[in-house]
Design a protein around this ligand. Structure first.
Ligand code: C5P
Length: 405
């Protein structure tokens, strides 16, 4: 079933009579799981009030590019990064022309330029305007640039004309939006992803852990599901919804995580280690709560097993991907980890920068494999996850070919 779980859909509404259908579209997108924010052009606000779309989306509607207050809330760049998809419905002839020309003369056109997310257009206009050569040329330009289209449908128009130019029905647009994320790149593959922190008990009430939110691992699970993989998340305690169609195996400590991962290995083609595994655990778990006493006490810690290295060294040896969070000499450290842990790929993050990584919604990384690397520019974790999955699919596919030759 088509779904948009965990997807941020930025709906752009431009000024046509079909704008009234955008209200229903926002509702349908939410019904299939999307988080929705709305941008309205000046023209759109002549047809439908921002209040309607604000009430339906549950978020303030964005209208102005040059408004200090609005920019303080969520700037056009933040909106562009937030979006996993920019869906413009209705897209009027004027909006198509402005997009084709690469203009940045209002908030919607600017965000379209500033986003790395895919853009889906639902054109709506009078049939003669749709048939006009200028519109045809604009559509050709935008399609060549990678924009996707849904509709327009044919039929009777608000102006009384009959022909192509009616905006596609909201359910058709919502299904087209969901279909954009179903890439099929990993169809039939079995993917295991570790995510979140591990929690190492000291006594019945205390533990050692870390601040990993699990967002990156969960985003990878979503991208893997969308790519058609049978996906299992082996996750430490986090507060995130499990992507639809992914299987969740809950764990607490590094030892639990290792045990569950090893059990899954006979049925695993691709293993992605995204968890922030505690390097050490208390040497013993006290049976009773440790009592307050001396001014100083010493905790004895012992090394935890390295899960990803154990998986890479196992007889099953799936295509194994690790993460390297570093504060200095990022690429050199990542490359040495790639070979030391015998990984097929590693995603290197600079964690000296607070705005990315760990608890942030955005991330920037370089993906390395034995004979190549690719940088992924600052973007939302959803988009980052999709780009990582694409690279994994490509390199894993390259390995498959190599083996059969
Ligand atoms: O050695 P370091 O902790 O920097 O390596 C990070 C990578 O190794 C991540 O992919 C992490 O999930 C994985 N890892 C692991 N088990 C550990 C420590 C790290 O799987 N005990």
């Amino acid at each position: 079933m088509a779904h948009l779980f965990n997807r941020n859909v930025l709906v752009g509404v431009s000024g046509g009579i079909a704008a009234y259908k955008s209200a229903e579209l926002v509702r349908q997108l939410q019904e299939i799981g999307a988080s929705v924010r709305v941008i309205m052009t000046r023209g759109a606000r002549e047809f439908i009030t921002p209040l309607t779309l604000q009430a339906l989306s549950g978020n303030p509607v964005h209208t102005e590019l040059l408004d200090t207050e609005a920019e303080l809330g969520m700037s056009h760049i933040e909106l562009a990064r937030w979006a996993d998809l920019l869906l413009i419905a209705p897209a009027t002839a004027d909006l198509l022309a402005r997009l084709a020309a690469g203009r940045a003369d209002d908030l919607l056109a600017t965000v379209a330029l500033a986003t790395a997310a895919p853009v889906l257009l639902a054109p709506a206009m009078n049939q003669q305007m749709w048939r006009d050569k200028a519109t045809t040329a604009n559509i050709t330009t935008l399609t060549a640039r990678g924009y996707s289209m849904v509709g327009p449908a044919s039929g009777e128009q608000a102006c009384g004309d009959v022909g192509p130019g009616r905006m596609a029905q909201p359910e058709v647009i919502a299904a087209a939006a969901a279909a954009l994320f179903e890439t099929g790149l990993l169809a039939g593959k079995r993917v295991v992803i570790t995510a979140g922190p591990t929690v190492e008990a000291l006594d019945p009430v205390r533990y050692i852990s870390n601040r990993s939110s699990g967002k990156m691992g969960y985003a990878l699970a979503q991208a893997a599901v969308d790519a058609g993989a049978r996906t299992t998340l082996v996750s430490g305690p986090v507060n995130l919804p499990v992507p639809d169609h992914a299987r969740l195996v809950k764990v607490v400590s590094a030892n639990d995580m290792l045990e569950e991962c090893l059990a899954l290995l006979p049925e695993c083609d691709i293993f992605i280690a995204c968890a922030a595994v505690a390097d050490y655990r208390p040497a013993a778990i006290e049976q009773q709560k440790i009592k307050k006493g001396p001014e100083q006490i010493t905790l004895q810690l012992v090394r935890n097993p390295d899960i990803v290295a154990t998986v890479a060294a196992s007889e099953y040896r799936p295509f194994t991907v690790g993460f390297a969070a570093e504060t200095n000499d990022l690429l050199a450290h990542a490359r040495s980890k790639l070979s030391r842990k015998r990984l097929n790929m590693i995603v290197a993050n600079d964690v000296s920068d607070n705005s990315i990584g760990f608890n942030s919604d955005n991330n920037e990384a370089t993906v390395l494999w034995p004979d190549g690397e690719q940088a992924i520019a600052l973007t939302g974790k959803g988009s980052m996850a999709r780009q990582i999955i694409q690279l994994i699919a490509r390199e894993h596919g390259a390995g498959d070919t190599g083996q059969s030759n």
